[in-house]
Design a protein around this ligand. Structure first.
Ligand code: ACO
Length: 354
């Protein structure tokens, strides 16, 4: 009875920023970024465009791709770590803008594993009969995190000024993480399937002892008041990342969870046609292939074009694979992700026969 993916859709902001453009506002290079991460370019949303807008466009596109109407959807799951507003989050904005009617809408916060958790939730809603058509959307506008000062306008083509020494220093401080991220959204539409296709098994994990690997310490309600200018002055509104340790955990835990989800199914590693993994770093993707002993062809990648779009990476990648005929009938694929929390896991999926 596993959930079938019946449609997919994406939304990407039109502005593309290359590594060479980043090198005009900080001390970096295309060579460093490509070699260390595989990222060649990323999309950046224009001022005034938030993740709810991108998410709503992706939902509308996915529903149309499924051959359905927005009114056919009876539950929405929104995953983001960059909502337009801290509260009440993006879900009701997406529900309204995508014209879904007054359906229940969830807002979940598992960062890079957010879409994976949403997929599992959708499967539960469908297999328990609580819903017939569910949309899961992952969307991010990381622009607000970026430590670029007024240089952001240079990247967006809104200013011809030269970057100031202060803004170059600011960008250099955050260059180890900021160059990795990009903006975008992707959505999948799911309906109840059969015993032998669709979502076959899931495994989800969290480990709060890994909280410090990547987190955004302020603003937050442990503080009084919860948001202050000092937090911004200290850069606490930006991700604090232990890149090397994050890398090690991601390369260990995603392959482990792929094996676990296969063990919970009638299939073996050799049956797996495709791995749709979170796109944080090409070297992590290569590490997954090595750990599992599968060809690098099996581990799909589009990080060069989009960078790390956090909750949007899995649906963006699935949509790309589908569009490029990499998901023919009967394809056995594993979605897998690792992200802040830490949260991670895998979902095993078999593309239905016609
Ligand atoms: N351009 C040029 N040089 C740079 C840059 C840059 N953008 N960033 C860092 N450097 C320099 C460093 O200062 C350092 O210089 P030094 O040797 O003189 O001190 C050198 O390059 C090496 O830096 P490292 O941090 O050791 O580089 P590493 O090879 O570890 O790569 C990276 C860093 C890309 C961040 C890697 O560790 C990584 O990808 N980690 C995982 C990140 C990840 O998964 N993020 C997603 C999180 S999940 C979520 O939920 C959001």
């Amino acid at each position: 009875m596993g959930a079938h993916i019946v449609g997919s859709g994406v939304s990407l902001p039109p502005t593309i920023v290359t590594n060479d453009q980043l090198a005009t506002i900080m001390d970096t290079s295309d060579e460093w970024i490509v070699k260390r991460s595989g990222v060649r370019q990323r999309h950046i949303a224009s001022p005034g465009v938030g993740s709810a807008e991108l998410a709503a466009e992706a939902v509308v596109n996915a529903v149309a791709n499924a051959g359905l109407q927005p009114g056919d959807v009876d539950a929405l799951i929104s995953a983001t770590m960059t909502p337009d507003h801290y509260a009440p989050g993006n879900a009701p904005l997406i529900q309204d803008r995508a014209g879904l009617g007054r359906v229940g809408s969830f807002e979940i916060r598992q960062q890079c594993a957010g879409f994976l958790y949403g997929l599992d939730m959708a499967d539960m809603l469908l297999t328990t009969g609580r819903a017939d058509t569910v949309v899961v959307v992952g969307a991010e506008v990381h622009r607000g995190y970026m430590p670029y000062g007024d240089s952001m306008d240079i990247l967006l083509g809104l200013s011809d000024a030269d970057p100031t020494p202060e803004d170059i220093a600011l960008a250099n401080d955050g260059r180890a993480w900021s160059v990795l991220f990009g903006d975008g959204a992707g959505a999948l539409v799911l309906q109840r399937g059969t015993e032998t296709s669709g979502v076959l098994a899931s495994t989800l994990h969290s480990d709060g002892t890994l909280f410090d690997l990547i987190h955004v310490p302020g603003p937050g309600f442990i503080n009084y008041p919860w948001s202050t200018t000092e937090q911004i002055d200290d850069g606490l509104h930006q991700p604090q990342m232990n890149g090397a340790e994050l890398f090690r955990q991601a390369v260990r835990l995603m392959p482990e969870s792929v094996i676990a989800v296969l063990d919970a199914s009638p299939y073996e590693l050799g049956d797996l046609d495709l791995i749709v993994a979170h796109q944080a770093n090409q070297r992590i993707l290569d590490g997954i292939a090595k750990q599992l002993g599968v060809s690098s062809e099996v581990v799909a990648s589009n990080i060069a074009n989009y960078g790390n779009t956090t909750a949007a990476t899995l649906p963006l990648l699935f949509h790309d694979c589908k569009t490029n005929n990499r998901v023919p009938e009967g394809t056995l694929l594993a979605f897998t992700a690792f992200g802040a929390g830490a949260h991670w896991g895998s979902v095993l999926y078999r593309e239905p026969d016609a």
